[in-house]
Design a protein around this ligand. Sequence first.
Ligand SMILES: *[C@@H]1O[C@H](CO)[C@@H](O)[C@H](O)[C@H]1NC(C)=O
Ligand SMILES: *[C@@H]1O[C@H](CO)[C@@H](O)[C@H](O)[C@H]1NC(C)=O
Ligand SMILES: *[C@@H]1O[C@H](CO)[C@@H](O)[C@H](O)[C@H]1NC(C)=O
Ligand SMILES: *[C@@H]1O[C@H](CO)[C@@H](O)[C@H](O)[C@H]1NC(C)=O
Ligand SMILES: *[C@@H]1O[C@H](CO)[C@@H](O)[C@H](O)[C@H]1NC(C)=O
Ligand SMILES: *[C@@H]1O[C@H](CO)[C@@H](O)[C@H](O)[C@H]1NC(C)=O
Ligand SMILES: *[C@@H]1O[C@H](CO)[C@@H](O)[C@H](O)[C@H]1NC(C)=O
Ligand SMILES: *[C@@H]1O[C@H](CO)[C@@H](O)[C@H](O)[C@H]1NC(C)=O
Ligand SMILES: *[C@@H]1O[C@H](CO)[C@@H](O)[C@H](O)[C@H]1NC(C)=O
Length: 577
Amino acid sequence: MKIFTDTRFFCLSLILLFSGNSINAFSYDYSATTKCLVEPHRAQYGGGIIVNPDFNYSLEGWTAYRQGEVEEHVSKAGNRFVVVHNTTHPLHSLSQKVQLEKGKLYTFSAWVKISEGRETVSVVFRTSDGELVHGGKVIAEHGCWSLLKGGIVANFSSPVEIGFQSQNTKVEIGIDSVSLQPFTKKQWRSHQEESIDKVRKSKMRFQITNANKTAMQGAIVSIKQMKSDFPFGCCMNYNILKYTDYQNWFASRFKFTTFTNEMKWYSTEKIQGQENYTLSDAMLKFAKQHGISVRGHNIFWDDPKFQPDWVKPLSPEDLQKAAAKRINSVVSRYRGQLIAWDVVNENLHFNFYEDKLGENASAEFFSTAQKLDPNTIMFMNEYNTIENSSDERASAVNYRKKIQEILQYPGNDGIIAGIGLQGHFGSGQPNLAYMRSSLDILGSTGLPIWLTEVNAEKDPNQAENLEEILREGYSHPAVEGIIMFAGPEIGGFKDMPLADTNWKNTPAGDVVDKLLGEWESGTLEVTADDRGFVNALLFHGDYNVTVQHPEANSSTSLSFRVTKDIPQPTINVQIHA
Ligand SMILES: *[C@@H]1O[C@H](CO)[C@@H](O)[C@H](O)[C@H]1NC(C)=O
Ligand SMILES: *[C@@H]1O[C@H](CO)[C@@H](O)[C@H](O)[C@H]1NC(C)=O
Ligand SMILES: *[C@@H]1O[C@H](CO)[C@@H](O)[C@H](O)[C@H]1NC(C)=O
Ligand SMILES: *[C@@H]1O[C@H](CO)[C@@H](O)[C@H](O)[C@H]1NC(C)=O
Ligand SMILES: *[C@@H]1O[C@H](CO)[C@@H](O)[C@H](O)[C@H]1NC(C)=O
Ligand SMILES: *[C@@H]1O[C@H](CO)[C@@H](O)[C@H](O)[C@H]1NC(C)=O
Ligand SMILES: *[C@@H]1O[C@H](CO)[C@@H](O)[C@H](O)[C@H]1NC(C)=O
Ligand SMILES: *[C@@H]1O[C@H](CO)[C@@H](O)[C@H](O)[C@H]1NC(C)=O
Ligand SMILES: *[C@@H]1O[C@H](CO)[C@@H](O)[C@H](O)[C@H]1NC(C)=O
């Protein structure tokens, strides 16, 4: 902690008393998402709206598709559960019908195990018009129970049938402790607020005393946040170099950014051998001038469509050489100047490099990037992990598996890695219950999670949807930064503009400005109590405090930081009038 004292007018002394009254632990329990247990836990929330969630009462409440395909079992410890065979169709073995209510969010959980090997087991909700909505996945194991977490939001009131599915229809699935718990939007929001208080703020305590250590009752303490610790930023594109208005709009709001396309290989080396970093250099210069931190996006993109044209037909040998040159060029150029690298973009959906260079291509890129720029966080970056429960490839469990493989690759164990989640949400109410379960699963890695490209598709409720997504991300303890892919219309941001061509906020722009204001403490003025104490719950960041006594014509200021890591001190301010 750094203390600056303002001694222009006053003689001042400061004493820091470490009283350790910080709030650390948060109640999100990730450990259950990784452990495979001999006996399952009991159903969360007592099962919520699920009837007979623990199978204590045989199959009451459940529909067993066919005799012989659902069996009841009792473990050695006396726990009752069911085993389903033949999971060709998710509802053709075991299901339960529940009534969903429009506007509510439902968290789902169940414990599952399988008869052999390791397989992905999913929960599926079938709506009354036959649509199958995926609600979560787990990689289940033989011989022990894993937690399957997920959820659904109801955009209409309707009955749905809950069923289970494995891609490998040969395995038998053991199921127990099923839970579906409804929450109103209001309850969900209040849980977010509670979490924000715990993970983004700390309690600070000041004691204001006189030179002779007498408490200064009635001292007026003005606490002003100078800088926020939480990175909530926005992308930018080359248009920012052309328009001063765009520059002002950006710099007055954001301290964190990603360049949409300008650092990508197809931008910096359109023609083989002719590198051109003009735009990305100029954008980085602009960012530095305004104290804006930049995520490096990206070194490689695994989608075959987005290679420079000349790269697409290269032989594996030539691609190997070209890729080595690329990574060396871009990472060396910006070494030590960025806060993150998206090392491989979208390597769960695509495998251009793996196909040509071998299954460990991503792991090797991580290794090289880390050697070239050892202090920058190395990210994977994917879409649909939090935003689309139907997408198998990028599910949280597959993401966790892939990043763990990369980090376990020989030589990669020291890499500082991060989890990038793009967050391009479709139209309609975002499934925050699913989003939270995916963040929980990825949070269990202990790696920092960033939402890297957040936007919401055009929709009459676009602004409201965006707000829900941003609040969910900000309130999750594992999320350490959020970047939106949006901007002013002048920058060419047509899908989710934040300001129109006259620089008037759009509804989405209003949401962003509201949250920027809400997620910092601003200036608080508090009067010291009879013992000279002032308590405040403050967002993490840099602060200035000024203390003024109404009688003594004296005031003093000092700077301090509020962080989650250190035990928060009582700051003792002594004034010598
Ligand atoms: C099912 O039985 C177990 C004990 O075997 C008990 O702990 C649990 O609460 C019961 N669940 C319900 C919903 O009654
Ligand atoms: C599994 O269920 C499907 C669909 O009901 C049925 O066609 C198939 O014969 C069953 N397979 C086995 C092995 O029971
Ligand atoms: C509800 O959302 C689903 C997608 O999750 C969409 O297909 C459906 O049209 C929506 N229904 C209503 C009434 O908005
Ligand atoms: C401490 O100083 C204040 C004013 O500076 C004075 O009013 C008070 O009586 C002093 N208390 C003691 C115990 O000396
Ligand atoms: C490099 O890119 C800049 C910006 O797009 C362009 O103005 C310039 O002509 C390019 N230089 C070469 C040598 O192509
Ligand atoms: C979600 O993912 C599924 C499966 O990849 C895809 O078919 C669907 O179009 C996606 N939905 C959105 C809104 O992107
Ligand atoms: C990829 O790496 C793993 C070790 O993590 C190794 O076992 C495997 O042989 C490698 N594959 C190839 C094609 O080199
Ligand atoms: C209080 O201090 C200020 C600045 O030092 C000075 O301008 C002002 O005249 C003082 N007021 C009184 C009542 O002493
Ligand atoms: C914050 O406090 C420091 C000294 O404590 C002072 O130098 C600085 O000007 C203050 N900043 C503002 C904006 O008040």
